[in-house]
Every structure is written in structure tokens, then in C-alpha cells.
Design a protein around this ligand. Structure first.
Ligand code: ARG
Length: 319
């Protein structure tokens, strides 16, 4: 079906819009989109800390180990998924600077398994949450479109720049939001694409399967070419198979650092809406949800969150 759509659009586009979507147009020199994402201040739970949550939890559960110091980890004995002392984290490592395959030099003290040496902000964040909750963290790198289905079976949580949406909320719980985002458009430096109409005239717009970018592209009637990974979508842009790629703003910027012949057009040029990232997890574990929210809030309160943001997002350099 995808091919048919592309063929029809190809035929139509050939007649009307070669210039807007070709790779030989003059460079419109639109300046690189400046990062506008800001950290999200969680609306609720401003006072809940790991230790207060631990106290609450200890009071309501028969705790196996009494907290003896203020540093004691939260009581997770009532958590369906974390009581075994391990938090398995699903992610898709084609999303720099939130998660990408690193060279193995970044070390994370709570992470006991990380087959592909995945690094990035989300990895650092779950490492920090693991430390605060007193659990080991295992990283499981998988296709993005399989992640929600993996929750509760293959993985306990997903930390992968996942946008909180009403549709996903029917299947999973989300932590408090941890990052504001928006979709944006990657094109070659010499592309003349500038408006939504130009994008609609493109014969192939790359997306990652199962993402909100794919939804936005479909909703706008674009000639969507969905693939399993953002790396592939960007390679297809590089080799001329795609005319554009719909991708989250910050990862889009990261790819322009890796591929200097690409530029990023901000989502505001196309009326794309604001999104927020959350950690996704199965619905049947309120203890885990509260524990993760408490750890997240404590990280924000004591400056750790901002420090990790600086280290991994604001100072990201392509490897
Ligand atoms: N924010 C988008 C979404 O939730 C894209 C996330 C893609 N993440 C990834 N690790 N590839 O659908």
C-alpha cells in the first residue's frame, strides 16, 4: 500500500512540485533551529521525595528491611515489577542525544547489562533512578514500535523519548513529564522545502515506525516512508530516497551534527504541536509509578536532573 501511495504522489508531484522537494534547489539558508525545548517542571508532587515515599511505603507495607538511614532506598517490596531488585528498561537507540550507541566509555554505576553500550540522557536518567531506588538497571535495546507491547513482559519500563499521548495512556502508565518536545523536519541543506505545502509535495517523507512523528505525518497526508530506525530514515535522506524526515526537534538537531549536509526546520513552520516525554510502564504497578515519580522529582529538586541535561543534551557532540 505504501508503494502505491508513493507512486501516485510521485506522478502528481512530478508535475507540480519538483522545485519544492528536489535536492537541487537553491539553499534558502534557513538558520539552524535553535533549541527551544525546556525542562518540564512537574505539576504535582513538589514535596514528595524518595525518603518520604519510602516512609509512607514502609508504614503501609510489612517491610522486610527497616530503613536505618536517610539514604535508605525506597521500599519496593510491594512493586510487582521492581521487587526483584532489577529494573529492565526498554529503549530504541537511534535517538541521540536521548539514547544512541556509544563507544562504551560512558559508565553507569547502576546499569548491570547494556549489550549495545547505549548512552544518552535517558540512560543516565534511568541509571540515576536505579541508584535512588536501590535497583540494578538492565538496558534492552529494541525496535521502537515493539516497546509498548514489551512492557510488563520483556521490560519493566520504557525510557526512550516517548511522548505522552492519550492513546498510549490507554495501554500504559506514564511518569510525570520530564522533557518538552516537538516534531521537526530534517532536509538536505539545499532543499527548498519550507512550508507544509512543500512537505505535502514531497514524494517520500521518512518516519520511524510507531512514533508520534509518523502520526503527525499521516495526519497531514504526507507520503510517509516508515522504517524501523531513525538511523535508517536519515540514511535514506542522505542517499536521496527520502526528501525529508519528520523527527523530534532535539534528535533532529543531533543528526545535523553528525551529517553536516542536513538542516532542521522547526515544527513551528509546519504547525506541529508541543509534546512531552514520560517514562512508560505497565498499568498494574502503582508502587513502581510512585517510586519513579519520587526519584524523578528528587533529581529535579537537587539539581541532578539539570546536570544530566547539560552533560547529555546541551553539550551533545556527535561521535
Ligand atoms: N517522541 C516520539 C514518540 O514518542 C519519538 C520517540 C522515538 N524514540 C526513539 N528512541 N526512537 O513517538
Amino acid at each position: 500500500m505504501k508503494n502505491k501511495v508513493i507512486a501516485i504522489v510521485l506522478a502528481a508531484a512530478a508535475a507540480v512540485s519538483v522545485a519544492a522537494c528536489g535536492t537541487s534547489g537553491t539553499d534558502t539558508a534557513s538558520s539552524a533551529a535553535a533549541s527551544s525545548a525546556e525542562t518540564t517542571s512537574a505539576a504535582s508532587a513538589e514535596e514528595s521525595t524518595v525518603s518520604s515515599a519510602a516512609a509512607e511505603s514502609a508504614a503501609s507495607e510489612t517491610s522486610t528491611a527497616e530503613s536505618t538511614s536517610s539514604e535508605a532506598a525506597i521500599d519496593l517490596s510491594g512493586s510487582k515489577y521492581l521487587s526483584d531488585g532489577v529494573m529492565t528498561v526498554a529503549l530504541n537507540s537511534t535517538f541521540p542525544p536521548f539514547e544512541y550507541v556509544g563507544d562504551g566509555t560512558d559508565t553507569f554505576d547502576a546499569i548491570t547489562s547494556n549489550e549495545n553500550n547505549v548512552t544518552g540522557f535517558d540512560v543516565a536518567m534511568v541509571n540515576e533512578i536505579g541508584k535512588r531506588l536501590g535497583v540494578d538497571v538492565e538496558i534492552d535495546d529494541m525496535d521502537f514500535d515493539g516497546i509498548i507491547a514489551a512492557l510488563g513482559t520483556k521490560a519493566d519500563v520504557a525510557a526512550t523519548g516517548m511522548t505522552i499521548t492519550d492513546e498510549r495512556k490507554e495501554a500504559v502508565n506514564f511518569s510525570d513529564p520530564y522533557y518538552d518536545a516537538t516534531q521537526a523536519v530534517l532536509v538536505k541543506n539545499d532543499s527548498t522545502v519550507a512550508t507544509l505545502d512543500d512537505l505535502k509535495a514531497c514524494t517520500s517523507v521518512g518516519c520511524q515506525l510507531g512514533t508520534t512523528g509518523e502520526t503527525v505525518a499521516n495526519d497531514n497526508g504526507l507520503a510517509v516512508n516508515s522504517v524501523k530506525s531513525f538511523n535508517q530514515a536519515v540514511v535514506d535522506l542522505e542517499n536521496g530516497k527520502n526528501d525529508a524526515v519528520v523527527i523530534d526537534q532535539i534528535p533532529g538537531e543531533a543528526f545535523t551534527k553528525q551529517y553536516t549536509d542536513l538542516k532542521l526546520l522547526p515544527g513551528s513552520d509546519f504547525n506541529f504541536e508541543t509534546e512531552q516525554y514520560g517514562i512508560a510502564m505497565p498499568k498494574d504497578d502503582e508502587v513502581m509509578l510512585n517510586a519513579i515519580n519520587s526519584a524523578l522529582q528528587a533529581m529535579k529538586d537537587d539539581g541532578t536532573y539539570d546536570q544530566l541535561l547539560d552533560q547529555y543534551v546541551n553539550n551533545y557532540e556527535a561521535e
